[in-house]
Design a protein around this ligand. Sequence first.
Ligand code: ASP
Ligand code: MG
Length: 399
Amino acid sequence: MLIVKKFGGSSVRDAERIKNVADRVIRDYNEGHDIVVVLSAMGDTTDNYIKLAHELNERPSKREMDMLMTTGEQISVALLAMAIQAKRVPAVSLNAFQVGMETTSDFMHARLKRIQTQRLKNELENRKVVIVTGFQGVNRNDDFTTLGRGGSDTTAVALASVLHADLCEIYTDVDGIYTADPRVVPNAKKLDEITYDEMLELASLGAKVLHNRSVEMAKKYGVPLVVRSSLVDAEGTVVKEDVPVEKMLIKGVTCDKNVAKLAVIGLKNEPGVAFKLFNILARYDVNVDIILQSIGRNETKDISFTVAKEYLDDAIDALNDVNAGISFEKIHYDVDVAKVSIVGAGMMTHAGVAAKMFEALYNANVNINMISTSEIKITVLVHADDANRTVKAIHDMFE
Ligand code: ASP
Ligand code: MG
């Protein structure tokens, strides 16, 4: 088998942990498998680099940020290669340039375009463990780029895809995907299996186990994924296309506190208003999430929506842009909100899921600000102080 194994920063944070990774890799290698390892930078390296950069320059250039950040992964891959070689197993570390991981030019959030496989295949044919830097790429000017925070998962899935790997294993410091954050809901359960779509929702709703682009890519190319612990020997969670329907339809309850709610009050109640409003937001690159329109007083209407917190200022600028041609009375905003969602494939075809969720909130005396639904999730916007209570109440209800 060809196995791609990705280890996150906490799994390689010191010499001890790196040795532990080496042992795991060697165990599978000795069973005759071909192994490609993808690593993140050690521990908090990337965070520390970012802090350091901002001490020297308030707005460091993105090119230099990538030049800096890509060194983190280069350290961890070299150290792991040494640790494996120390056990007399052949290994080689490669960075994105050496592999030929071609990306777009967008520093700090580049996208993979093409991955050369020749070097990788040659090394594998020579029975070497191949260790590749996660998170990084090279643009067409031969500058280093990075794929965005958490991007090593995407590197791993992309390599698994181009190499037609039999399995892509994501090792982390938790032992799988849980029905809720175990720190908030102590009786949260580990899932044995989950679909790509469910995982995608969980990943983008703030369950930070997998980079959501990695899940998108795994789904698109049918890469068999498993999330498991680098510390204990346990089965982990398999992410795949179809999962037999179990009794519990709900796969998870997630909470995202990185949201702000905006309300544009006193808009004209006429055609084209929503278009103009969301058009200008799009022009300012503001991603909008939940949208709600309601009728106001005197022939007016109000439109409320949520954005990630970092887009709040841009959203307000956009709405006040005279070129947008929208007139309104005022804007309200609130950053003390949280999105709580339940995720589960096929739940919209099962009547009563929403009612049960709202009943849980009623019992817990939580007020709902906004609601949105899709095929596989229901999201409510609540006050940030109610967030943890809401997650627990919903989780208990569906247990
Ligand atoms: N080291 C990078 C980060 O901290 C990439 C990764 O860990 O996936 O975001
Ligand atoms: Mg990660």
